[in-house]
Design a protein around this ligand. Structure first.
Ligand code: SF4
Length: 423
């Protein structure tokens, strides 16, 4: 059921602002990376109330959907999107990773891209809605032919960071729509024969659309079209795409909801800012990006955000006691936290709509079984290394965690590692 946002009154929104480190930063477009969590939403509402975001500067809010979030996160992100667009006229886009087919160096292949989606669930009769059954996550796994783990967070890289960059390349080019991508043949051109040994793994992404359709930005936002007047980014687009790397990249501000108690993550962000200023940094996805953490700068902690949400008539409907944030069973959450989620979910039967989706541990068990790589040792030939979500030959798997819950200690400690997905 959609909440009537005209009835929502925001109470005691803190007076947070951006403490600019350089005067010129005020003119750079501001990109708010919305994580779907309470801290991120509190920061967004506060900056909106204090008129810190301006559409004419090219400011935009982005939420990258992994299709593996908790259902309440989608409802919460939808309310935040509608408040942002309908009350403050700032565009708030939901994006999803997707692949398409084209040729590269004489071969047909699949290439990464993104699409815009609306804030209602995807269905056959509502094809522009967001995916929530793990489709986006699985397309990425099938395309990469392996699973992410805590050392190689492929999901963060492809579903979030690079998807945002691809979106910004279009957004900063002042385009009214994204380009159609992919070949014009009716059928797939990627050879399945060469992939025979990997048939089970690659079949998912090869069954998705061979093209990426053109989409009008205006169709995916309730913010009315405002002409961007920002001379700083005007001449940085070539061939319909804004330059985000190289000698003359678009300079922009990124706003993230890191709090004062997340000091290690804040410190890492600040280090990245400084390395980007000194010289060209090949690992940095956008050379002109400068990240601000206004919550941390104002000393806002987790307790402050909890106090803020206690005063509101609406909230993220996720209990504080269980860590359901980000992808529900994210492998970065740690064994104890994951067991806690499994136990909680097993005590509350899932509605049929959510069975065998990422809210259900069975989905993660099946995905791990399907995409874990098994590599034979080149030395002995008869030992096999298995690369799962928890590393090489790890005894921990999603299946083992499900079996463990009966033995779990009654005291649960949150042992999650920050997944840093939006930093
Ligand atoms: S929340 Fe975890 S599983 Fe989801 S994209 Fe981030 S690191 Fe990957």
């Amino acid at each position: 059921m959609r909440i009537n946002i005209s009835k929502i009154r925001l109470r005691k929104v803190p007076d947070l602002s951006i403490q600019y480190e350089m005067e010129e930063h005020r003119t750079w477009p501001h990109v708010f990376k919305f994580s779907g969590g309470r801290s991120s939403a509190m920061l967004l509402l506060s900056l909106l109330k204090n008129r810190c975001l301006r559409p004419s500067r090219g400011d935009v809010v982005i939420f990258n959907n992994t299709s593996a979030e908790y259902p309440a996160t989608y409802d919460f992100a939808s309310i935040c999107k509608r408040i942002t667009e309908e009350r403050y006229n700032i565009p708030f886009f939901w994006t999803e990773f997707q692949t398409y087919e084209d040729s590269r160096r004489g071969n047909w292949t699949r290439l990464p891209s993104y699409r815009l989606v609306k804030d209602h669930p995807f269905a056959r009769n509502r094809p522009y809605g967001y995916r929530y059954k793990g489709e986006v996550f699985e397309e990425m796994l099938s395309w990469k032919q392996r699973l992410p783990n805590h050392l190689q967070r492929l999901c963060t890289q492809h579903l979030k960071l690079e998807t945002t960059i691809r979106f910004l390349e279009d957004w900063f080019a002042f385009k009214s729509h994204t380009s159609r991508l992919g070949h014009w043949y009716r059928k797939s051109k990627v050879s399945r024969l060469r992939r025979e040994d990997l048939e089970r793994i690659v079949s998912y992404h090869l069954s998705t659309s061979t093209t990426r359709s053109s989409q009008k930005f205006q169709d995916y936002t309730q913010a009315s079209h405002v002409r961007i007047r920002n001379s700083g980014i005007k001449n940085r687009a070539f061939g319909g795409t804004a330059e985000l790397k190289g000698d003359n990249p678009v300079d922009f501000i990124t706003l993230v909801g890191l709090r004062a108690d997340e000091f290690q993550r804040v410190a890492r962000v600040k280090t990245r800012n400084n390395s980007g200023l000194s010289d060209s940094n090949p690992d940095k996805l956008a050379h002109g990006e400068y990240i601000y953490t206004p919550l941390a700068d104002h000393g806002v902690t987790k307790n402050d955000t909890m106090e803020f949400w206690k005063k509101q008539s609406w909230d993220l409907r996720i209990p504080h006691s269980v860590n359901f944030s980000n992808c529900v069973y994210c492998f970065m959450k740690g064994k104890r936290t994951l067991r806690r989620i499994i136990k909680d979910q097993s005590e509350n039967s899932l509605p049929p709509k959510h069975q065998k989706t990422p809210v259900d541990i069975e989905w993660w068990i099946d995905i791990e079984d399907k995409y874990a790589r098994r590599v034979a040792s080149t030395k002995t030939g008869n030992s096999v290394t298995r690369f799962g979500f928890f590393g090489a030959n790890s005894p921990t798997t999603y299946a083992s965690l499900r079996e463990d819950i009966e033995e779990e200690q009654p005291i649960f400690i949150d042992d999650s590692m920050p997944c840093d997905c939006t930093d």
